[in-house]
Each structure stands twice: as structure tokens, then as C-alpha cells.
Design a protein around this ligand. Sequence first.
Ligand SMILES: Nc1nc2c(ncn2[C@@H]2O[C@H](COP(=O)(O)OP(=O)(O)OP(=O)(O)O)[C@@H](O)[C@H]2O)c(=O)[nH]1
Ligand SMILES: [K+]
Ligand SMILES: [Mg+2]
Length: 364
Amino acid sequence: MGILDKIQEIEREIARTQKNKATEYHLGTLKAKLAKYRAQLLEPTGKKGEKGDGFDVMKSGDARVAMIGFPSVGKSTLLSTITKTESAQASYEFTTLTCIPGVIEYQDANIQLLDLPGIIEGASQGKGRGRQVIAVARTADLILMILDATKKDIHKDLLEKELESVGIRLNVLPPNIYFKQKKAGGISFNSTVPLTQMNEKLAQMILHEYKIFNAEVLFREDCGADAFIDVILGNRMYLNCVYVYNKIDQIPLEEVNRLARQPHCVVISCEMKLNLDYLKDCLWEHLNLIRVYTKKPGCPPDFDDSIILRNGVSVKHVCHAIHRTIEQVFKYALVWGTSTKYSPQRVGLSHIMHDEDVIQVVKK
Ligand SMILES: Nc1nc2c(ncn2[C@@H]2O[C@H](COP(=O)(O)OP(=O)(O)OP(=O)(O)O)[C@@H](O)[C@H]2O)c(=O)[nH]1
Ligand SMILES: [K+]
Ligand SMILES: [Mg+2]
């Protein structure tokens, strides 16, 4: 029996198993098995990642955004509209067959936008170019899920399922579970909060399914089997996603309003060039980037040239971004902006920077 058959069989068994206290252990074990087979499915087969198949695009710019969507929803039209790159568009499906990079210029940042072939149900199991597309999606900092506003919400659910089944989690934080494999000592199971979906026995059964007999487990959040399996496998990706409904020129205004009110959603029309600036603002927000301006002593800050960094970085990261040797001669920094109480304030390497802070490094 092939892996796909095994997966189907387990999925069928999960579907026909009633969810209650008596079956909770059985279901937990089944879920662990399922995740194991799916992981096998994703392992490189030797054929994957071939050079020259058009998917090995170099990362460039400050961040990478990948467009995922069904065929003919307007991915290439969007790339051609908001970047200087032209990607072929047509009314037939699978117009795009490779990965086409473009650049969105937003304030001082260059954001790489990737146009990709459309994916369909079953993509995660290798249908169409699904696997290559998903492999590219895993390298992105943000997923842009392009949806056809005339096609209701069904595509969104299907795509989310496809991504979920290959370990990509959208707009959620990793489960707050501490997990560490040990050489000996059995399984120690603890929690800092009351657990309603997990207990020591279930955790043990799931771990045994992965042949793990020694480990330290600490639940800091009321999670269930699925989240625990994600943590054990450790190869899950937690990505931000913006849902973009294109072609709103084709639907009634009430429907546009309904779609626009959903979380993480933007409604646009490439054809009528509607809402595209707002889309860029949304991208920037979901990328979670900050801009830091540098300043030389006695000179005004250089507002024309910012350094783009991930939110949450420290002065140390800023130093690295300026020049890799600067940390060695670093004495302290002066920072102006919302990250400090006083402007300027003397700070050390561990100080956390905010968006639009100004920094002056004072050398030894
Ligand atoms: N009405 C309308 N049509 C649009 C809009 N954007 C794109 N289209 C049309 O949708 C069709 C598909 O556009 P593409 O950009 O090729 O779609 P795609 O998602 O790249 O398709 P594949 O590469 O085949 O996956 C084309 O005929 C476009 O002209 C829009 O905002 N409104
Ligand atoms: K198309
Ligand atoms: Mg296309």
C-alpha cells in the first residue's frame, strides 16, 4: 500500500470515529500516524528541487511575498499591475507555469513579490505543480492568498486545507508548549494551565507513536493533540497571510462589503485598479517590518536611506545591518524615537528598536 492510500485510510477512520472521551486516545494515535505519513510525503524524492525548473528564484529585497491561488484568479495581473515586471495573463487556466519575481516598492522597502502557477485541490499530494508552489511558499515571509471574489469562500477553505496538510499554519502563533527529547528519565508531563484537551496518558500515547520514550513536556497553553503533534514534529511553519479578493468589479457592493470585513482580508480589482494602495499598506503591516534611520554626529538623520529590519530586533541587529565589524568598536548608541523614554537616549546592544527610530552609533 502506498503512502497516499495509507493517508486516505487513516483519514477515513478519523472521519468515522465518533469524537468522545472513550475514543480520544484512539483519535490521538490516528492523528499522530497521519502527521507522520504526511511528513514522509514531503520528504525530497530526488526529483524535487531540480535546478532550472523555473522555481529556484533568488531571494532579494527586504522580504518575500508569495502569491498562492487557484488558476485564473488574477495573480499575474496583480504582479503586472503593482510591479514593473510583466507576467503573462490570459483567460485560460495555468497560464503561468513557473515562478516570476517582481518588486513592490513601498516607502524605502523593496518587497519581492512572487507570481506562481495556480494550484488546485490535491496540490499538496503533487497534483499540478502543487509541490513546487508549496515549496516556494515555505520560503516566503508572507503568503498572499489570491481569491476570486465571484467564487464565494470555497476556494479559501480548500487552499487553507492544502497548506495545513503540508504543515503551513496561517495567522496563528506556534503553540506554547515546551518539548525536549531526553536520553533517559521517561516522560515528564506538566502544565501551567488547566488542560481540557490533553492529559498525561494521551501525551504518552502520542509520543510512543513517534518512538519517543524520554522527554520533557510542559504545556503553557490549553492545547490539544493537533497542536502537540505540531510541536513534536517541529517542522511546522507559522506564516502570516493576507487574503486578497480580486475582481470586485464583478460583484454587488453588499458582497464587497461583506468580504472586506473579514479578518486579514483586502478586496481589490486589478482591472479597475481599485484599492491597490491599501493592499500595499496591508502587506507592509503583515510583514511586521520596521524602518530605522541612521545619523552621523552633527548631521541630520538620513531619511532617504532607511535600514529595514524585522520587528523586535535590537541595536545589535542594527549594527550588523550597518556593517558586520561595527559591533567590535561599539561603545553605545544614541536613539531617538518611540523605543526610548528620552530623545535621545543612550542605549546598549540589547535595546529593542521601534519603527522609524533614529540611531547614532558612538564608537570606542
Ligand atoms: N473582471 C476582472 N477580471 C480580472 C481582474 N484581474 C484579472 N482578471 C482577468 O482574469 C483572467 C486571469 O488572469 P491571470 O492574471 O492570468 O490569472 P492567474 O491567477 O495568473 O492565472 P494562472 O496563471 O492561469 O493561474 C484574465 O482574463 C484577466 O484579465 C479583475 O480585477 N477584474
Ligand atoms: K490565467
Ligand atoms: Mg498567472
